[in-house]
Structure formats: structure tokens, C-alpha cells
Design a protein around this ligand. Structure first.
Ligand SMILES: [Ca+2]
Length: 174
């Protein structure tokens, strides 16, 4: 039994390694104009930079989720908030955006409202059921006024107020 589970685990990780390109990527989120815009712009960046075309090499590049806490779904039944993480995409002739601080990660609310930060990873947490989720983004240490690989994390909330994050963290006055 243990051996069977291990084999399935291997198959699971292999399935995410399949590459695909812009046309297939657009199919994943065709009801979300802001996702289409982010992907189309990334492809244009590859073309304009003579770096080929956009290639996505991991399913974590385009994820449907709930960011604003409304648990909304689009016409096809998918969650209507999205994350497009270019850490899992590249240009066919080489990455243009991957640096020591990661790549642009776009967060899209209800398919249409988007904001992006450059980072290496992201995660969602929820303080409690009455609050929207909190997006945690692993940023370049420079964004925390430290060295590049220092653990630097930014928190963002998504709600009717838009994308909110602390602008002046050094101010502790009430
Ligand atoms: Ca939503």
C-alpha cells in the first residue's frame, strides 16, 4: 500500500510538469479578462524581447481561488478570483522576469480587478471567518530594507476597498 501511494505521488508531480502555451493558458481563464490581459502581456514581453513566446511549465502558474472572501464563481463554475504566478512561466528562449526576488505575481479579483507584486511565492491565510483572506507574498529582502535573501513577507487584503497593504510600516503611532 505504501509503495502504491508513493507511485501515485510521483505521477501527481509529473502531471504538473507538462508545458503549454498562450492559447491553452487563455482557455483556462476565458471568463476572466484580467487574467487574459496578464497572460497576453507576458507573451508580448517575450515576443518584444526576442525571447520566443510564453511557456507555462507548472499548473501553479494559473490558479483559481477565493481572494476577496465572497466565494464567488464564474459562469463555468470556477472560483472567480485568480493568481497568475510567473515564477512558473517563462519565455521559450529564456526567462525575462525571473530575478533574485522572484517574478511578477498577479492577483485578480472577480476576474477583472488586478494588482501585481514581484515575489518568489505566495500563500493565503484567514484571521477568522468574518475577515477576507490575507495574501502573504515572499518578497526580495530589499523590500524590507535588508539583504536579498532575507525572509521578507508582505501582507495584502482584497475587498471592496481594493487591494490593501501597509504603506508606511515604520509608523507605529495610532
Ligand atoms: Ca471573488
Amino acid at each position: 500500500m505504501i509503495r502504491t501511494a508513493a507511485i501515485f505521488a510521483l505521477l501527481g508531480s509529473a502531471a504538473t510538469a507538462e508545458q503549454y502555451y498562450l492559447s491553452e493558458a487563455l482557455e483556462i481563464a476565458k471568463g476572466a479578462p484580467a487574467v487574459i490581459e496578464v497572460l497576453t502581456n507576458a507573451n508580448a514581453e517575450c515576443v518584444d524581447g526576442n525571447a520566443g513566446e510564453l511557456v507555462i511549465f507548472d499548473d501553479r502558474a494559473i490558479v483559481a481561488t477565493d481572494l476577496d472572501g465572497d466565494l464567488g464563481r464564474d459562469d463555468s463554475g470556477q472560483m472567480d478570483d485568480w493568481v497568475v504566478d510567473l515564477n512558473y512561466a517563462s519565455c521559450t528562449l529564456g526567462a525575462l522576469w525571473a530575478g533574485s526576488g522572484g517574478a511578477p505575481i498577479s492577483f485578480i479579483r472577480d476576474g477583472s480587478e488586478s494588482a501585481a507584486w514581484t515575489g518568489g511565492s505566495w500563500e493565503l491565510i484567514r484571521f477568522n471567518e468574518y475577515l477576507p483572506v490575507v495574501i502573504l507574498i515572499g518578497r526580495h529582502g530589499g523590500a524590507c530594507d535588508s539583504y536579498g535573501a532575507a525572509p521578507c513577507v508582505q501582507a495584502v487584503t482584497v475587498s471592496d476597498e481594493g487591494f490593501l497593504t501597509v504603506l508606511f510600516p515604520e509608523q507605529n503611532d495610532r
